[in-house]
Design a protein around this ligand. Structure first.
Ligand SMILES: *[C@@H]1O[C@H](CO)[C@@H](O)[C@H](O)[C@H]1NC(C)=O
Ligand SMILES: *[C@@H]1O[C@H](CO)[C@@H](O)[C@H](O)[C@H]1NC(C)=O
Ligand SMILES: *[C@@H]1O[C@H](CO)[C@@H](O)[C@H](O)[C@H]1NC(C)=O
Ligand SMILES: *[C@@H]1O[C@H](CO)[C@@H](O)[C@H](O)[C@H]1NC(C)=O
Ligand SMILES: *[C@@H]1O[C@H](CO)[C@@H](O)[C@H](O)[C@H]1NC(C)=O
Ligand SMILES: *[C@@H]1O[C@H](CO)[C@@H](O)[C@H](O)[C@H]1NC(C)=O
Ligand SMILES: *[C@@H]1O[C@H](CO)[C@@H](O)[C@H](O)[C@H]1NC(C)=O
Length: 671
């Protein structure tokens, strides 16, 4: 399990000295109201105090710990420090990595401070460290960069991580930039237009009982009636990479001071791992706001990343933008104002991506990047709509060379994804110079596309790939199908949550699957026997439970379950080959066994064997990793009239064991 390594941060007396210096500095600086225009004051850098570096642009005053590169404080509007100043210096604004077989946290505290660029308009500073074999720390060179610009109320932050040829092999499983905000002030969390709520405090959470999933609490000990009896669970706030662009916190107006927003803006997800559908955490109780660059969440050890000695590696994480805004004290709808302004700022950041003001050679600006376009077409001769159709809304991306679908397990490279238009046309912009494969998947079709060609991007390249054809897996005509091929289980039956296990932030119908405890509703719906789905009669949105879970037989015992799909065949080609396309959207320590017509046959016709560590059932994801099984079924396994497919998940590693299906299809023999 994870443990915290001792960092080289300051001792207790130095900590108090810094607090006192910070306090005196605050007294000496009068509060100014300066609109973000060209009249804004120049960016000033103050390095004369021991152990700290202060940057001030008249809008924000940011204090860094020197040389560790931790953020100690941000002074903004009426708030002296938006961070939890009671926390130790290494626990307010920091980067961290989990590495090695024991999963040790390393906060990547640095040893040198450098000014990279300093003008009245912009300041870029660097905190770096070089790995040596004498130091017990993650074998990485670390360069943390912070940029503060004139007239801009925030900080652009990025990090350059590097492994040289001689660095020992290791593995890393998590990389983050974390902020712990002032709990006395920041109470309202905002993740989207609909996902916003007042949050319990850290203390309220601590005083409340933990639920079966230990990261979840039932908030009982609170004076706030809005929160009493609600579930709190950080995994309910996760986002897919493609949507993980803006989240943060609001401090309501207090005394004469305006309401203040603290936002994390991620204009590009090129540096995140696992592709557009990988889910990561965002903000949660603390108040905490994070950028998660890499983690095993919703994938598990399938995405653990091993770094080998002799293979140099370098990656730029970010830049991301830490944005602060404020509303007028008279604003009666300040949450909406601040969220709306943060969304506007997100649009501005996306428009100016890739940034042209960073100074590291490792972050190419627009001219240093390339562009790839083309059109993807699907060819499927058994579709009623015709042989050839555009891959409308296809997800198309460039990722490190590998097998089809390998991008969802890649944690080392950059990935560039876009969504095609209704004609399947796509354009991928601002691609870093590197070697890639082009990958895609098409909503409504199974499988993964990969173009068998290494695409080498060079600065200024504009590559037109023309028309590309995707032949999705298919052996014969559809006899029946269950669900929609879209890599998730959201179209299936998602039960109402228990009234005692609700979280208000999931009230939007699109977020139903994020409620706590839905796995247990299976037993309520199927108390005595397991799910039976009858093709032609059942409706997958009502009769197919979204997760194939264990069934409770008494309060403490759960048993594996077998689901049945019943269907009629009025014609069977005994010598023909049928195909069962079984598509799994998530798996946690599971095995799916498939039997035809004989539930007791000792050996299943097919087994996936043990698969999956994604824990997406416990963590309210509606998918984890995508897995497709094309199972050949000789005609003699089937019979005229009634047939039954038995789907057994025989393993029991506790409540959260199970799979989610994406889609199931039976195909007849080819004609
Ligand atoms: C790190 O800082 C040292 C000391 O200022 C400097 O010599 C070195 O070039 C820096 N390394 C990088 C990678 O920037
Ligand atoms: C790492 O080693 C260098 C010398 O090899 C030393 O100067 C530095 O203080 C060490 N850093 C840590 C964090 O122990
Ligand atoms: C509820 O919270 C109060 C104040 O934080 C604390 O004193 C009390 O012990 C808590 N009660 C329980 C049952 O945890
Ligand atoms: C940098 O980008 C901004 C906005 O994207 C643009 O207005 C500005 O002219 C650019 N500056 C340079 C030096 O290219
Ligand atoms: C990819 O192309 C190479 C050479 O063009 C060929 O040898 C190989 O079989 C192809 N691989 C696939 C999976 O089509
Ligand atoms: C299946 O159920 C859904 C949701 O209740 C409903 O909207 C849909 O029309 C039903 N489909 C059929 C074919 O009855
Ligand atoms: C299950 O728990 C309920 C409530 O705690 C109790 O009434 C019931 O007797 C228990 N059933 C079994 C089989 O243990």
């Amino acid at each position: 399990m994870a443990k915290v390594a001792k960092g080289n941060h300051l001792n207790q007396s130095a900590f108090w000295l810094i607090l006192i210096i910070e306090f005196l500095l605050l007294l000496s600086i009068s509060s100014r109201e300066i609109p973000p225009t060209d009249n804004s004051p120049p960016v000033r850098l103050e390095t004369s105090h021991p152990g700290i570096v202060i940057v001030d642009n008249g809008l924000v005053q940011v204090t860094f710990e020197n040389p560790t590169g931790n953020l100690l404080g941000i002074r903004y509007k009426g708030i002296d420090n938006v961070f939890q100043w009671r926390n130790k210096p290494h626990n307010r604004g920091y980067w961290d990595v989990v590495w090695g077989d024991d999963g040790v946290f390393d906060e990547m505290e640095t040893e040198h401070f450098n000014v990279i660029t300093q003008t009245d308009d912009i300041l870029e500073i660097s905190f770096n460290r070089t790995w040596t074999s004498e130091n017990w720390s993650v074998p990485l060179n670390v360069d943390k960069r912070y940029i503060i610009r004139r007239g801009v109320p925030g900080i652009h932050a990025y990090a350059i991580l590097e492994r040289q040829e001689n660095f020992p092999s290791t593995h890393m499983s998590q990389l983050r930039l974390v902020f712990k905000l002032l709990g006395d002030r920041f109470h309202h969390m905002a993740l989207s237009d609909t996902r916003q709520t007042i949050m319990p405090t850290e203390q309220e959470r601590k005083n409340s009982p933990t639920l079966e999933m230990k990261e979840a609490s039932l908030i009982t000990n609170t004076t706030n009636p809005e929160l009493k009896g609600q579930v709190d669970d950080k995994y309910q706030f996760s986002y897919e990479n493609k949507d993980n662009k803006l989240h943060g916190w609001i401090a309501d107006s207090e005394n004469e001071n305006p309401a203040v927003g603290f936002w994390i803006i991620t204009p590009s997800n090129e540096f995140r791992i696992g592709g557009p559908h990988k889910q990561e955490l965002t903000s949660h109780v603390g108040p905490t706001a994070m950028v998660v660059f890499a983690s095993g969440h919703y994938v598990g050890k399938d995405i653990d990343t091993y770094f080998e000695q002799g293979k140099p590696w370098k990656k730029v994480l970010g830049p991301v933008f830490i944005y602060l805004n404020s509303a007028s004290t008279k604003d009666s709808d300040s949450h909406k104002t601040l969220w709306g302004d943060a969304k506007r700022q997100l649009r501005d950041e996306i428009e100016s991506w890739p940034y042209n003001f960073t100074r590291s050679d490792d972050f190419p600006s627009a001219e240093g990047r390339g562009n790839v376009r083309g059109q993807l077409i699907v060819r499927d001769r058994y579709m009623e709509t015709g042989l050839i159709m555009p891959a409308g809304s296809a997800y198309v991306g460039l990722a490190p060379p590998g097998e089809a679908g390998s991008w969802q397990r890649d944690a080392k490279g950059y990935q560039f994804w876009t969504q095609a238009d209704e004609h399947g046309r796509f354009e991928i912009n601002h691609v870093r110079p590197e070697d890639y494969n082009l990958y895609a998947w098409v909503p409504g079709f199974i499988g993964d596309y990969r173009l068998n060609l290494t695409i080498t991007i060079q600065p200024g390249n504009k590559i037109d790939l023309g028309s590309l054809i995707y032949d999705p897996p298919r052996n014969g005509p559809t006899l029946w199908e269950i669900g929609i091929p879209d890599r998730k289980a959201a179209e299936f039956f998602i039960p109402d949550p228990y009234p005692t296990r609700m979280n208000r932030i999931c009230k939007d119908p699109a977020d139903r699957y994020r409620q706590y405890g839905l796995w247990d509703r299976y037993t309520d719906l199927y108390p005595d026997g397991d799910l039976v789905y009858t093709v032609g009669k059942s409706n997958y949105s009502q009769d197919w439970f979204f997760a194939h879970v264990l069934r409770r037989v008494d309060n403490n015992t759960r048993v594996p379950t077998t689901w049945q799909i019943r269907f009629n065949l009025d014609n069977v080609q005994m010598r023909g080959l049928y195909t069962l396309q079984l598509v799994v959207a998530s798996a946690a320590s599971s095995d799916v066994q498939v039997r035809f017509n004989d539930p007791f046959s000792h050996r299943p016709h097919f087994t996936t064997h043990r698969i999956g560590w994604d824990n997406a059932i416990a963590r309210h994801g509606i998918h984890g990793l995508y897995r497709l099984y094309s199972i050949v079924v000789p005609g003699f396994r089937l019979r005229y009239g009634e047939n039954t497919i038995f789907l057994t998940q025989p393993r029991n590693f506790g409540t959260f064991t199970g799979v989610m299906y994406d889609y199931i299809r039976l195909e007849g023999p080819a004609f």
